[in-house]
Write a protein that binds this ligand. Structure first.
Ligand SMILES: *Cc1c(COP(=O)(O)O)cnc(C)c1O
Length: 458
């Protein structure tokens, strides 16, 4: 008999979590104005709000923490981190920052100016924010199939080369760099193929542009290349990682994702001119160059995390857990962005709550129902998150309306996955009875999802 798959680690420390009653959850929902960001974490049983900074560090990472060098300048922990990054990516210049958006802030301060255009594949919201706040434009060149949630394709995160080339021709001198997000978070944690990264490189070379990878989930992307793309089955994750970064000029990184630390990020590049330019913004915004925004101990833990999470065992355990949850949803017929992404399942609310009009926010309604059902906190990635059009002030109903179930790394067991799937099934079974959604009673002008106040209708 073939042995079943199991985790590549055992558990040394546990953190208790507690269930609540439906009455309690009803009260807490009301108190938080039906916005799950406003819940206290101890009101949540299984927390799938994000996979960012919520993973479990290994014993080796905790041990490294104790060895951190807190020297202001020239910290040994910085050099340990830099050596790992250089070994994995080939980039010689490294600037630590306190998280991914800080890396964007520092690097884009040096590179992006008013009137610029930055093409890429579904820019992440902070990336887009750091481009738009500089009065530049983030131009989405993602493949069209990313929008069809029911289509099974191996690399739905790809850049469409035809759209990219049209942008390079049209905007020419206005383009400071191309940015490729691996994996493509906004499109549902969908990977980008090596072939596509090569096509982007070829176009960049043809038009004399540089390429940045927004690399939060680069290791998960390497896993998908290994398991889905011809010619990579026998390569190690570290070999694939190096081959990916050979096609880039630099990277921004949120270490809270594939670095498996609770806080941290960095910029890395092969170009001295980019490093020199970014330095001038690191020092005033983040800190001196050998710590940026990070403690010595956090850099030490990150060095270990990057090394561990570019090993197949660790990635396979993670991605198979996400795929296990997807297989349960398949069994129950619940629609989500197919195939399952690396870090999350994106449930297609518009295909479930078909009786709730879009003006009443179906994905947010589903998010509330799942919490009400079992104390499980997901996150709306839909019409509320999309904010209003800056000019017309109308809600933007053009994109997808999804409930994201982000799975923290090494945190929950497959039994938790069973609970999540069963809770969602219970909501799914009564989907036709759910006919009303929510209305907004207060919202902030920008990034309203964090603080929006809602009222249930009907
Ligand atoms: C999380 C994330 C960021 C921003 O990183 P923070 O650490 O949250 O600041 C940027 N890009 C992508 C693709 C991300 O997932």
């Amino acid at each position: 008999m073939e042995l079943p798959f199991a985790e590549s680690w055992k558990i040394k420390m546990v953190e208790p979590i507690t269930k609540s009653t439906r009455e309690e959850r009803e009260k807490w929902l009301k108190e938080s104005h039906y916005n799950v960001f406003q819940l206290m974490a101890n009101q949540v049983y299984i927390d799938l709000l994000t996979d960012s900074g919520t993973g479990a560090m290994s014993d080796r990472q905790w041990a490294a923490l104790m060895m951190g060098d807190e020297s202001y300048a020239g910290s040994r922990s910085f050099y340990e981190l830099k050596d790992v990054i250089t070994r994995l990516t080939g980039f010689d210049y490294v600037i630590p920052t306190h998280q991914g958006r800080a890396a964007e802030n520092v690097l884009f301060s040096a590179l992006v100016k008013e009137g610029d255009v930055v093409p890429g594949n579904s820019h992440f919201d902070t990336t887009k924010g750091h481009i738009e706040s500089r009065k530049a434009m983030a131009l989405d060149c993602t493949v069209d199939i990313a929008k069809d949630t029911q289509l099974e394709a191996p690399f739905k995160g790809n850049v469409d080369p035809a759209k990219l080339e049209a942008a390079l021709e049209k905007y020419a001198d206005k383009i400071p760099f191309i940015i490729v997000t691996i994996t493509n978070n906004t499109a549902g944690g969908q990977p980008v193929s090596m072939e596509n990264l090569r096509e982007v490189r070829a176009l960049a070379d043809k038009y004399g542009k540089r390429v940045i990878f927004d690399s939060a989930r680069f290791a998960e992307n390497a896993y998908f290349i290994k398991t889905r793309e011809d010619g990579y089955a026998d390569k190690t994750i570290k070999e694939i990682t190096h081959e990916m970064f050979d096609l880039a000029d630099g990277m921004t990184m949120s270490a809270k994702k594939d670095g498996v630390v609770n806080m941290g990020g960095f910029i890395a590049t092969r170009w001295e001119d980019w490093y020199e330019a970014a330095k001038n913004f690191c020092i005033p915004f983040e800190g001196y160059l050998t710590y940026g925004g990070m403690n010595g101990r956090d850099m030490a833990a990150l060095a270990v995390g990057l090394d561990e999470n570019t090993e197949l065992d660790n990635l396979e355990t993670r991605i198979k857990q996400v795929q296990y949850l997807a297989s349960l949803l398949d069994e129950y017929g619940i629609p989500y962005q197919r195939p399952a992404g690396g870090h999350a399942i994106f449930v297609d609310a518009s295909k479930i709550l078909t009786n709730v009009p879009k003006e009443e926010f179906p994905a947010q309604t589903l998010t509330i129902e799942l919490y009400r059902e079992a104390g499980i906190r997901g996150c709306e990635i839909g019409y509320i998150l999309a904010d209003r059009d800056p000019i017309t002030r109308e809600n933007r109903f053009g994109g997808l309306d999804l409930l994201r179930l982000a799975i923290p790394r090494r945190t929950y067991t497959d039994n938790h996955m069973k609970v999540i799937a069963a809770a969602l099934k219970n909501v799914f079974d009564r989907r036709h009875e759910i006919t009303r959604g929510v209305e907004i009673i207060w919202e902030a002008p920008l990034m309203r999802h964090f603080t929006v106040k809602l009222r249930p209708l009907g």
